[in-house]
Design a protein around this ligand. Structure first.
Ligand code: ATP
Ligand code: MG
Length: 337
């Protein structure tokens, strides 16, 4: 069996980083016909670990993320789209996994460390937030997933999941499947920077181009995009490393030859930012136009979207219950048969 599990936190609409880091890959894998099962999860319970005081935000973005999924071409007849909080089995699994993880191991997770700093949680880390990598291990293993297509920030989560799987299997016998991470081939897609060129594009940092942004918004964001501060006059030689416009061209433009020529011209001097930005805008419009169109179609039928999620959640629950029963059997806590 080849099974995929992956997902997103409903903390905002999905952006270009999600697209190149994970969504584009998911759609490709979905349509490759190579997978027996594909589970795509809206991680609302995980979103609540650092948004407990903002339930409206999480609720509203469950629908937004679902619309983004359908917009990029995830197909509910091929992929199971579901909502994490409605699969109670995941929380039971998490509870048992927590027993094989130490607090110091949780505190060492570099992605979580970084997120704690970004959120200013240093002196008041919600326990649920510190433990979310364990709940992610439950999400992955509950579906016997062996492939997890994600961006680079998820490497420590997958490592932690694999450790938990090995530990559980060591104690209770071969009950869980050990998953592999699948990162995008293209290096720049593993961690797309934000339009400010500083951190990774992230919903929580407000440096995003959203899949649902209209043309004018995208144009305005490209206009303010970070380039090369030393490239003042058009005739000046410019730098392409760290220049977000070129990074995005590397991530989105299929015409690699043209991008290589533009980079060479820019470095030599004589190519202005305005021209490169205009080209990027054309490239992004080509990517975003069909996505916007499909999004609009589904936006007009919210009941249909809710039904897709409901049916997906029912199917996900069935599978998770099977895995949970297997584990509880191995743990000798199946008293009533
Ligand atoms: P938040 O700020 O709430 O954590 P986020 O923007 O980081 O949101 P997530 O829902 O945490 O998004 O991530 C979902 C998936 O998208 C993960 O697989 C993650 O690796 C990937 N991803 C997120 N941002 C990027 C990015 N800038 N480049 C590549 N992949 C990304
Ligand atoms: Mg994140």
């Amino acid at each position: 069996m080849k099974t995929i599990l992956t997902g997103d936190r409903p903390t905002g609409k999905l952006h270009l980083g999600h697209y190149v880091g994970s969504l584009r890959e998911r759609v490709r894998l979905q349509n490759s016909g190579e997978f027996d099962k594909i589970f795509i999860m809206i991680a609302d319970a995980q979103a609540l670990t650092d948004n407990a005081d903002n339930p409206e935000k999480v609720r509203e973005n469950v629908l937004n993320v679902a619309l983004d999924y359908l917009a990029v071409g995830l197909d509910p007849t091929k992929s199971t789209l579901f909502i994490q909080s409605q699969v109670a089995e995941l929380f039971e699994l998490t509870a048992y996994y927590l027993n094989v993880v130490t607090v110091s191991r949780l505190e060492r997770n570099p992605t979580v460390k970084n997120e704690i700093a970004m959120r200013g949680f240093e002196t008041s880390i919600p326990a649920g937030f510190l433990c979310y990598p364990v709940s992610q291990a439950a999400d992955i293993t509950a579906f016997d997933a062996n492939i997890v297509p994600v961006g680079e920030d998820q490497i420590p989560m997958l490592e932690q999941t694999r450790e938990i799987v090995r530990k559980i299997n060591e104690i209770y016998g071969e009950v869980l499947v050990e998953p592999d991470i699948l990162l995008p081939q293209n290096q720049v897609c593993r961690r797309l920077p934000g339009i400010d060129g500083k951190a990774k594009m992230s919903k929580s940092l407000g440096n995003c181009i959203y899949l649902s942004d209209d043309s004018a918004t995208v144009a305005a964001k490209i206009k303010e995009m970070y380039t090369d501060p030393l490239h003042i006059k058009v005739s000046d030689p410019g730098h392409v490393e760290g220049n977000v416009v070129f990074t995005y061209l590397d991530a989105f433009c299929n015409d690699k030859e043209t991008v290589a020529e533009m980079k060479e011209h820019y470095q030599r001097g004589g190519l202005g930012d305005v021209k490169v930005k205009k080209f990027l805008q054309e490239v992004l419009e080509e990517v975003l136009t069909p996505i916007r169109k499909r999004r609009a179609e589904y936006e007009s039928q919210p009941d249909e979207v809710l039904k897709i999620l409901k049916d997906g959640t029912t199917a996900a629950r069935e599978k998770a219950a099977e895995v949970l029963a297997r584990l509880k059997g191995a743990m000798k806590i199946n008293y009533f048969g």
